[in-house]
Write a protein that binds this ligand. Sequence first.
Ligand SMILES: [Zn+2]
Length: 151
Amino acid sequence: MAEPIIQEFHPHLIGYPVRFAWRSEPRKVMNKIAFATAEIVKGRFAQFVMTDDEKAMDGQDNGAAMFWIEVAEPCWEEATERQRLAVLDHELLHCVIEDTDDGDRKMAIHTHDIEEFEAIITRHGIYREDYWSFALAMNEASDGVRPDLTP
Ligand SMILES: [Zn+2]
């Protein structure tokens, strides 16, 4: 299911080790239930499961680093197809290949575009420049209509 998403939206990840695993229970991240999480796993376990081609990619950390995405099975089971695609796309967006200052490349995990409280936006409005494009995207996506999110 992730392969077409990588091909269409994350072509920089083609050839890089990206592995998915189920979790029987969702993780809690900052007191919120996480449908899925993305991280970089390094070391012997990564070395064991990665292919030789993956180990040879630019930005590899001595041939033993991979993107590791865990998906909470109970959340997945309750999700719609659209939500599943969005969650996979979301987790893959955390996975980046960065150019370093010394001209090399490295695998990295990026955080979200915005981290904010609804109450702050309610009280103070869009008070940061980088929130504006996010607000436009939210507005365009919703078009003022609450989406049907029932599974
Ligand atoms: Zn995220």
